[in-house]
Design a protein around this ligand. Structure first.
Ligand code: SAM
Length: 670
């Protein structure tokens, strides 16, 4: 935990806009007293120092398919370097090549300042627009942006040295930007150089505008060879170089079971389960050029209108923990992902979510949560009853937490759209068996048909238990019934999703969804009147004035008048998803048996996995917040690219975590 900086908002950049001798204004940081780019010719400087300094035009031209070329940067600033790298990639790289950009930023620009700074480069306007549209909230953490079909940008907000130490991934070329060492000594410190060496691929290059001694010494100490090369403009010299032998990754010495399996070919991947977990992983892989067969026993596209609404929301712990971090990252990720996928907002609505504090205990909990987490108000804020009423458009008697960026979603239509991503073949069928071989997997369907694939992702919620390889992962089915009420003319509106015990989104297409019940261990698909009654009682408890207004408008709020949607979610014992490679449970129990006697005796044995088998499951009732990020995580792992989460969070989601915990606690093998 100590490795992760606080879960908090970041200060944004403080800018001034002085003009140069030709009257052109450019951004200057008042905090550092330095410019973001040369006011004489910022573009030429970027192209000379960072692109040519890393020999990128030539390297891009020779880059083939497979994993993406990875650029790492300290100091994203206005993004000029990264936008120019993207343009250079488009100009030189072959069509099948992909580019992955990783950049750290301690003081992100506001969206307005970003737009103003980048307006200086009209020929980059298409790229600028894609960046600004997805520009993240200033929250510490990793924010993944999809710049185009071939280019991904991971913004790691926070201090460069801290963020690179948390990065799960390695880099081919570094842009060492950030203000001059004399103006920003806090960034150019030994920890930064150590992180650069530990996150480099063998042969990774670097380039930087500065020739300061602290930089030369720092780089040399960790194994980078540097040389002075001609600079540009008033800077006569700059540094470039490379690292032959990057530092080995020592981060999992105490947790060798979490060492990731080596990458293996993934031309064709089978994904089992076409719900949100499977459909999002299928789409993430297809976008990377992987052929995907998506298998499910029923075809969601054949369903009629269901009016079902799901809610993109999270419940965060009062004290920061890994689960809360992962879920908040997931919420922010899903929001950006939905906006990208469906800018017209046909499949979702960014309504925001209110979490009511119906008891004094809950009010205290919310207040402590806000004290512990200084996050931007655009992410989460506390509202009194009056402000909550204004936000919801209906009288509310209690304070609430407001997540303005949360949303509701049409989950079935979303899955159908994802399954239609080019590169995905849908196959209707029930997979009964998985058999792994030397180079790939054979899936047997009921009826005997077979599918061969290089790798497989299991995304079948609690039914993962049916496959021998995933059956060791504890998963509990949890039945949930949503009630649906057809609204009469003149029924009241609702401006936010409102959650208390259950949730109620703003009505869509004349139907109000509310629920859901929570039935651990229950898989019964039949509608129950008692569940409708429970949902009605919960609705009345949270929103009595809304219910009164519904009655007044003539709504028939009685169990026998309601329709139902029944689903079965899956939960892990610790309520975090399982996302990652599937452990070989038998091998883990053998390899790590000593932990049962002494948890400090950690055998130096990397975790053995079912090679090429992955799982995304246990998303519970918050799958809209967790599944899309888990999909990116798995696709990034399969395609050998940097991950969109800090490594301690990647480990927190590892499907094998319970096996280790059970061993340490001396639990008998199930
Ligand atoms: N690469 C940028 C561009 O293309 O516009 C220009 C970078 S500007 C010269 C330096 C950037 O480094 C600023 O945005 C500043 O906030 C950021 N920075 C300063 N100290 C940092 C630190 N310790 N960690 C991460 N970023 C830092």
């Amino acid at each position: 935990m100590s490795t992760l900086p606080p879960l908090a908002g970041l200060e944004t950049a403080q800018l001034d806009w002085p003009t140069n001798e030709t009257g052109v204004a450019g951004p200057l940081s008042t905090r550092f007293g330095d410019v973001y780019f040369s006011r004489h010719d910022g573009r030429a400087e970027t192209e000379h120092v960072f692109l040519a300094g890393n020999d990128l035009p030539r390297r891009f031209a020779g880059w083939r398919g497979g994993r993406p070329f990875v650029i790492g940067e300290t100091g994203f600033g206005t993004g000029l370097n990264m936008l120019c790298a993207w343009a250079c990639f488009d100009a030189h790289a072959p069509p099948e090549a992909r580019l992955h950009l990783v950049s750290t930023e301690r003081y992100p620009l506001s969206r307005e300042d970003l737009a103003r700074a980048l307006a200086a480069w009209p020929d980059l306007s298409g790229r600028t627009e894609r960046l600004i549209r997805q520009w993240p909230e200033p929250v510490a953490g990793v924010h993944r942006l999809w710049l185009d079909e071939r280019v991904t940008l991971d913004l790691h907000f926070g201090d460069a040295a801290e963020r690179l130490a948390l990065l799960e991934g390695r880099v081919d070329a570094w842009f060492l930007d950030g203000f001059a060492p004399s103006k920003n000594p806090g960034m150019w410190r030994p920890e930064l150089f150590a992180a650069l060496a530990a996150r480099s691929r063998p042969g990774a290059t670097f380039a930087t505008f500065t020739c300061a001694g602290v930089v030369k010494r720092g780089l040399a100490e960790v194994g980078f060879a540097w040389r002075k090369v001609p600079g540009i403009g008033r800077k006569r010299e700059m540094l470039a170089g490379e690292i032959a032998s990057p530092t080995a990754d020592a981060r999992r010495e105490r947790t060798p079971w979490f060492r990731p399996p080596l990458p293996r070919p993934a031309r064709h991947v089978a994904v089992i389960g076409a719900g949100i977990a499977g459909a999002s992983v299928a789409a993430a892989l297809a976008r990377r050029g992987v052929a995907v067969t998506l298998v499910d026993r029923f075809d969601r596209a054949e369903l009629g209108t269901t009016h079902l609404q799901g809610v993109l929301y999270v419940k965060l712990a009062v004290e920061t923990n890994l689960q809360s971090r992962a879920y908040l990252a997931g919420l922010l990720h899903s929001r950006r992902w939905l906006a990208n996928l469906d800018p017209q907002q046909v499949l979702w609505q960014p309504s925001g979510v209110l979490q009511l504090a119906l008891s004094e205990k809950e009010q205290g909990r919310q207040a402590r949560f806000l004290d512990n987490h200084p996050l931007p108000e655009s992410v989460v804020r506390g509202l009194d009853a009056e402000a909550a009423s204004t936000a919801a458009g209906i009288r509310i008697d209690t304070p609430a937490l407001d997540y303005p960026g949360a949303a509701w979603v049409k989950p079935l239509a979303l899955c159908v759209q994802l399954a239609r991503t080019p590169g995905i073949g849908f196959r209707r069928g029930e997979v009964t068996e998985l058999v792994g071989g030397e180079t790939g997997w054979t899936l047997t369907l009921a009826g005997g048909a077979r599918i061969e694939a290089d790798q497989v992702v299991v995304a079948t919620a609690s039914e993962a238990a049916r496959f021998s390889q995933t059956s060791a992962l504890p998963l509990q089915p949890v039945r949930g019934q949503v009630s649906q009420l057809a609204l009469p003319e003149g029924a009241p509106a609702l401006g936010r999703v409102v959650c208390a015990g259950g949730y109620v989104p703003p009505p869509a297409d004349g139907v109000l969804n509310f629920g859901a019940t929570f039935g651990p261990g229950d898989t019964d698909p039949a509608e129950r009147e008692a569940d409708h009654a429970a949902n009605l009682a919960e609705l009345e408890r949270g929103l009595p004035h809304f219910v009164a207004a519904l009655r007044k408008a003539g709504a028939e709020l009685s169990p026998e008048k309601l329709a139902a949607r029944v689903g079965v979610r899956a939960a892990s014992p610790d309520k975090s998803p399982y996302c990652g490679p599937v452990p070989d449970a038998v091998a883990w129990r053998e390899d790590y048996a000593t932990l049962a006697k002494d948890a400090t005796r950690v055998p130096d044995v990397p975790g053995r996995h079912h090679q090429g088998l992955w799982i995304s499951a246990a998303h519970g009732s918050r799958g809209l917040a967790s599944a899309p990020l888990c999909a990116e995580l798995i696709a990034s792992r399969i395609c050998d690219e940097p991950l969109p989460l800090e490594w301690p969070l990647v480990d927190h989601l590892h499907p094998g975590r319970r096996i280790i915990r059970d061993l340490i606690q001396g639990k008998p093998v199930p």
